[in-house]
Structure formats: C-alpha cells, structure tokens
Design a protein around this ligand. Structure first.
Ligand code: TRP
Length: 450
C-alpha cells in the first residue's frame, strides 16, 4: 500500500513534514492552554504527569497515527476504511475517522475564537494601550474583550476565513509555504521573551512552580486533564496527524520524525511556562486565573519592557500564526474526505467546513458573555467543548488507534510501514502501543470520569 500516492499531493521532503506536523502541534495548546491548565492544576506534579503522558502515550500513538495515514494515503475516514478492508477487520474501525471529524469541528470552533483574542491583542498592543498597565488594569482590559460578543465574533470570523483560505489552496501551495517562515520566527521570539523573563525577580519562583512536584495538588481530574492535553498539544486522536501522514513521502522513518515533533512541541510549552509564570509571580498575579492567563499577564510585561510595543505586537502576531498553522490541520481531514468521497472541489469543501465551524464557534463566544450562566455539569459551553474534545474524544480516539495498530493489524505490515530500521526500537514501540498506551488511557479515562 505504501507505494500509492495521495491525490492531495505530498510534502516535498521529510523536513517539510516535520515543519507541517510541528506547525500543527505547536499552537494555542502550547502557548495559551498549557500555562493556564498548569496554573489551575497546581504546577509541578501536573507538569510531570503531562510529560509522562507525552512519552508513554502521546509519542507512541503519534507514530501509530502517522503510520496509518501513510499506509492509507487518504483522508482519515477513507484511510481507516481502506486499511480495515486490507487487514480483513470490521469496517466499523472507520469510526475512528468519523469521531475524529466530529472532534475536529468542535475543536476548530472554539480554537478560532481564542485565536481571535490573539488577533485582537495584536492591535491592542500595537496601539500602545498596554504601556505601563498594572496587572489589575490588564485583567480589566481582558474582561472587557470577553464582554463584547461582536468584537469576538469579528476576530473569530477573520481567523476562520484565514484558516479556510489556506486549506482551500491545498497542501503544497497553502500549508507548506506559510509554515516555513513562521515557525522559526516564533522560536526566536520565544527565546527573546525567555531571556526577558529570566531577568525578573519572580523567575526562580516561576521555575519552582513548574518543576517542583507537590503531589498533594494532583486530583484524578488533573490526571485526565494532563492526558487530554498530551493529545491536544500533539494534535492526536482526531486524524489531523493521520491526514498529514498521508502526505509523507514513503521512504522516511516515522519514529525519528515523530520524536523531533514531540520534542519541539514540548520545548515550546515549557518555554511558554517559563515566560508566563515569572511574570505572574513578579506582578503578584494568580497562577490559577484560567483561560485569560496569557492575555492578562503578558501585556503587563510588554507594558514595562523596552520596545514592549514592538515585542508585544510581534508576539501576538506569532501566536496567531502558530494557531493558524494548527487550525488548518483541524480542517484538513474533513476537507480531504469531502474532496475524495463527495467529489467536491477543495474550495467548496473548505467553505462548508469553515461555515459549520464558524456557526459552532458562536456558542463559545456567547459562553463568555450573554450565555455565561448556561452550564452543563457546572461547565460553560466553552468549558464543555474543551473538556469533551480534549479530555474524552481525543484520548478515546487515541485508544482506538493504539488498539487498531497494536492488535488488529498484521505485525509484518506494521513493521514494514514503520520502517524503524532498528528492530529493538520497533519492539519497544510496538509493546508500548499494544499494552502501555491503551491500558494507560483506559485507566485515566475510567478514573477521571468515574
Ligand atoms: N495541537 C494544537 C495546539 O496545541 C491544536 C490542534 C491542531 C489539535 N490540530 C489538532 C488538537 C488536532 C487536537 C487534534 O494548539
């Protein structure tokens, strides 16, 4: 099967696959979500569990997901159908693709709203509105953004349009081009901000918060959030990485490539934490401030540092770009499916997917203002969507992927497609995917939801 080519095109090199997958992985999850959930879940112990989840579950599942994509060379739904047929197992396994498509829509809908915050902040920062602001003023400015549904809707619309414009252009013309420039720039700016954070009085305290373990702060809900975030940050469990794997050249070793993506993704999250928490402690802010953490803390720093307007505007531009290169991977699986199966043009498919995501996103927008007291199990619409997708649907998708690759596929086919080169490495991975990942996910899901 591996010799077949994708109708959507191929990444021109292994490096471009790494860039694209890193572009998908590195996004709001690393810069916005990781710091705030770390703050909410007490710091160090949560970070440790998250890192364990990345290594023991995330990376092995990521290898499995890329492998499936490359073996099937189609959208996740059709890939799963084709491989299930080839392996003579039930076609119900295509359900992985269908559930993934659903998770994709739901995540895209709120992802675009949050990315809209970053767009709004580009202009806020550039206008100098943050010069010399106190932590309290910065918090008030963030609240006033949330209180304005029309502003949120405007930026959500802009972001969704940008996302679908790239998806509509297709893999080579759209996705590759944007990512090549933006990813390196983001890394450079993060390094600059890290250097700044290092000069702050609160750096040591921020560092300790992230890396000293206090297990008394860890609840079973924290563990499920850590696992869910491992999936979210690596873009796993819904087919995004499977779709990207379908465009990966056949001769590339999957294992090394995935390790590289995982390492870059983790590095960016930890650096974001090392930037944000020193600012939090230096300015007497609350680590557990919630989804607004990034947006309340950084403006205070930008308002004080030399060239803060420049660095600040550039930073939020890059956050928006990181989100952009992620959100296109949320839309790609469904768009690829519509092109293959419904014979639709890419543009039309992208417009439809974008419209559905846009409408769903309105629920998230309203959950921050007019509908803020509409709750389900005590969670707002946004919190519910986030919890349902990241903490339940993605791990469940990952569990099914691990079981499928570990138990349902013929081991010889798996070995050939993985092309690990080294039998020992292959065995370690195969055992992890067969036993550790599924048992780990099942255990955490069971305990967290009980
Ligand atoms: N990984 C991205 C982030 O951290 C978000 C993302 C993109 C994603 N594609 C995904 C999450 C697919 C889950 C599934 O911001």
């Amino acid at each position: 099967m591996a010799e077949q080519n994708s109708i959507h095109g191929l990444w021109r090199s292994r490096w471009l696959f790494i860039l694209a997958a890193t572009g998908s992985a590195v996004g709001l999850g690393n810069i916005w979500k990781f710091p705030y959930i770390t703050g909410e879940n007490g710091g160090g112990a949560f970070v440790l569990v998250y890192l364990l989840c990345i290594c023991l579950i995330g990376l092995p599942v990521m290898i499995a997901e890329v492998l499936l994509g490359r073996a099937g060379r189609q959208s996740p739904i059709n890939t799963m159908t084709a491989i299930a047929k080839d392996q003579q197992v039930s076609s119900a396994w295509a359900g992985i693709g269908w559930m993934g498509a659903m998770s994709g829509f739901l995540i895209l809908s709120f992802y675009s709203v949050i990315a809209g915050w970053a767009l709004d902040y580009v202009f806020n920062t550039a206008s100098g509105a943050f010069s010399g602001v106190t932590a309290q003023q910065s918090g008030e400015m963030f609240s006033s953004l949330l209180a304005s549904p029309l502003t949120l809707l405007f930026w959500h619309s802009v972001f969704m349009f940008l996302t679908m414009a790239v998806v509509a252009r297709g893999v080579n013309k759209g996705l590759e081009k944007a990512i090549q420039v933006l990813m390196p720039l983001l890394f450079i700016l993060l390094a600059v901000l890290l250097a700044y954070a290092y000069t702050l009085d609160g750096f040591g305290q921020g560092f300790d918060f992230l890396f000293s373990f206090d297990f008394s702060k860890l609840s079973s809900e924290s563990v499920i959030v850590a696992l869910g975030h491992a999936f979210f940050t690596l873009s796993l469990g819904m087919g995004a990485i499977m779709a990207y794997g379908a465009y990966m050249p056949g001769n590339v070793s999957i294992g090394k490539t995935v390790l590289m993506v995982g390492a870059l993704d983790t590095l960016v999250a930890l650096v974001a934490g090392l930037i944000i928490f020193p600012i939090v402690f230096t300015n007497g802010l609350e680590p557990s401030a919630g989804p607004g953490l990034l947006f309340q803390t950084l403006p205070v720093a930008f308002g004080q540092m030399p060239f803060g307007i420049v660095f600040g505007s550039l930073f939020f531009i890059l956050v928006a770009f990181a989100a952009w290169s992620s959100s296109i991977s949320l839309g790609e699986p469904v768009v690829a499916w519509a092109v293959e199966t419904l014979g639709m043009g890419r543009i039309k498919a992208a417009v439809i997917v974008g419209l559905v995501g846009w409408v769903l996103g309105i629920g998230t927008i309203l959950s921050f203002n007019l509908w803020s007291d509409v709750t389900l199990f005590g969670k707002t619409i946004f919190d519910t969507l986030d919890f349902l997708t990241a903490n339940i649907m993605l791990p469940l998708g990952g569990l099914l992927i691990a079981v499928f690759v570990g138990w349902k596929m013929r081991q010889n086919d798996v070995m050939a497609e993985a092309a690990m080169g080294n039998p020992l490495l292959f065995n370690i991975w195969h055992i992890t995917v067969k036993f550790i990942a599924p048992v780990g996910i099942a255990f955490v899901l069971y305990n967290g939801l009980k």
